[in-house]
Design a protein around this ligand. Structure first.
Ligand SMILES: C[S@@+](CC[C@H](N)C(=O)[O-])C[C@H]1O[C@@H](n2cnc3c(N)ncnc32)[C@H](O)[C@@H]1O
Length: 298
């Protein structure tokens, strides 16, 4: 496979207007949001402030307990990790990895399976799914191809994803691609993909961005292929996202489902996290979707 496009986009979890950690701290102080200053004491909190919810912060948030620090910083870190957003992250991870196992096993009945994860981040969901497939004795290496794509704005994400995958014996191939550029995405795989796993990007996109993301997915997914995608509902932790100057956009389930349907998908299953914050959708691309995008779902 060839990478035909060099990405130039900016990751949407960051905005040009976002202030430096110092300015943020001063603003929080001056607006009496002093409790937010405690985030600086937590390992995960500092990562949220400095990196926003990038691949590293998100992966850090998957850990229920942090490491290192003194009694005070560990205490604050534990509180941050128990916030509803981070509980939802861990609950989402369980749903996504078990769904990936299920859809991969179903797709396997029709032959070898190609799965793209984009944005792959550090690929924890993929590694977890792979390990479950191995423990089921299905020998995924003999029938499952896994590809990870990411904008990797910092140039460190895909290297780390590859390192972690190699350590877990997952044969992950990676490409640096902007998921909002359908032509760039099409360049890596044509329409040869059975499963597209897209977790952790949609909430940072405006309506046009979601359209482009879904167009990119359609550019590589086989008709009848499956998209796994997450949708975040507004929740208590949303106000922290605002305080951190991250451009989240919350829509209703109905609106999110409408954008899937407009792009040619039929929702087959939706699973909410136990705390009702994230929904993971399993959606199938209409088998009669033409290259131009019009669809007749059968
Ligand atoms: C919140 S992380 C999610 C990563 C992973 N799916 C997970 O759940 O752990 C968001 C990821 O999206 C990537 N990203 C942001 N904008 C992107 C774009 N336009 N195209 C591709 N990847 C993008 C970032 O580099 C980051 O790795």
């Amino acid at each position: 496979m060839l990478l035909t496009h060099r990405p130039s986009g900016r990751p949407r979890h960051r905005t040009k207007s976002a202030h430096s950690p110092l300015i943020l701290a001063v603003r929080w102080f001056l607006t009496f949001r002093w409790h937010l200053l405690a985030l600086f004491l937590s390992d995960l909190g500092r990562s949220m402030i400095v990196r926003k919810y990038d691949a590293f912060t998100t992966d850090n948030g998957y850990e229920a307990a942090g490491r290192g620090g003194n009694v005070l910083t560990r205490f604050v870190d534990r509180i941050v990790r128990r916030r509803d957003t981070h509980v939802a992250l861990r609950q989402r991870l369980d749903i996504v990895s078990s769904e990936l196992v299920e859809v991969a096993l179903a797709a396997r009945e029709r032959g070898p399976v190609r799965l793209i994860s984009g944005p792959v981040g550090l690929g924890r969901d993929l590694r977890q799914a792979w390990s479950r497939l191995e423990s089921l004795g299905t020998h995924p290496a003999s029938w499952l191809e896994v590809v990870g794509i990411d904008l990797d704005h910092s140039g460190t994400v895909l290297d780390e994803a590859s390192r972690l995958a190699a350590a877990d014996h997952v044969p992950l191939e990676t490409f640096r691609v902007d998921l909002l550029d359908p032509e760039g995405v099409a360049g890596i795989a044509g329409r040869s993909v059975n499963i597209f796993n897209s977790i952790g990007l949609g909430v940072w996109l405006d309506a046009r961005g979601v359209e482009s993301l879904l167009e990119s997915v359609c550019s590589v997914l086989k008709p009848g292929g499956v998209l796994m995608i997450d949708h975040w509902r507004r929740h208590g932790g949303s106000r922290y996202v605002g305080a951190l100057q991250m451009p989240a956009r919350y829509v209703t389930d109905t609106e999110f489902e409408a954008s899937l349907e407009t792009a040619g998908f039929t929702v087959e299953q939706k699973r909410s996290t136990p705390n009702d914050i994230v929904v993971v959708y399993r959606a199938r691309l209409g088998v009669n979707r033409s290259e131009s995008g019009s669809t007749v779902t059968t």
